[in-house]
Write a protein that binds this ligand. Structure first.
Ligand code: CA
Length: 219
């Protein structure tokens, strides 16, 4: 899953980026509003963490712009402590949830997981398809009730496919969920990771759809 974080406090931005990467997400970082707006429109994030007080263009107008463009990704806004006006304006502008600063990183991660599940139509933090159960809290996999080790890349890839069970994801879409903005995105490596994942999963669990990409589950 790919998360965009827009925050102008450099320390908090780094903390957020590190915590999200450690939790298995591909992360894009923006420290001002214009850049955040551009990244939100061009990198197809699965969710956004958006500070409202941003230089360049404030978070509220960035959010209104995305929603006016028809972008539907869940947005968690960061508001100043005790500012109920910020929360009201944020939710009116199309935010899905908010957190007041300062916040516990664990709470932010939990709220983000809930937003991602809701937007994927999944109410449960464990996504189960047949004998395969992916725990999005613990970033762990079980097949037939037995734990199976995954590398970070394998987890991100399987998470992307299982959040969109029944949908074909192209190599490009998968690469966007696998790599951060600064790393080289080579969609050929997707086939390598898919091959490794297949060795850990029941036969036929990941379907190759010729000329289009890969799918988990029935269409
Ligand atoms: Ca700020």
């Amino acid at each position: 899953m790919r998360i965009l974080v827009a925050e102008d406090d450099p320390r908090l931005l780094v903390q957020l980026g590190d915590a999200l990467q450690a939790a298995g997400y591909a992360v894009d970082l923006a420290d001002q509003g214009t850049n955040a707006e551009h990244l939100g429109s061009t990198t197809a994030p699965d969710a956004v963490v958006l500070d409202l007080g941003l230089p360049g263009r404030d978070g509220l107008s960035v959010l209104r712009h995305w929603r006016a463009q028809g972008l539907q990704m869940p947005v968690l806004i960061l508001t100043a402590r005790g500012s109920w006006q910020d929360k009201v304006h944020g939710i009116d502008a199309g935010a899905d949830d908010y957190l007041a600063k300062p916040f516990q990183m664990e709470e932010l991660l939990a709220r983000l997981r809930a937003l991602l599940r809701r937007s994927a139509g999944q109410a449960n933090p464990v996504i189960t398809v047949g004998p395969v159960a992916l725990d999005t809290r613990a970033c762990s996999l079980q097949v037939d009730g037995r734990p199976v080790d995954l590398t970070g890349h394998e987890y991100r890839l399987l998470n992307a496919l299982m959040h969109r069970t029944g949908t074909v994801l192209s190599r490009t879409e998968l690469a966007e969920r696998l790599y951060d903005q600064d790393s080289e995105r080579d969609s050929n490596t997707i086939d390598v990771f898919i091959a490794r994942l297949r060795r850990k999963l029941p036969e036929g669990f990941i379907t190759t759809v010729r000329g289009m990409g890969f799918r988990v589950g029935a269409p």
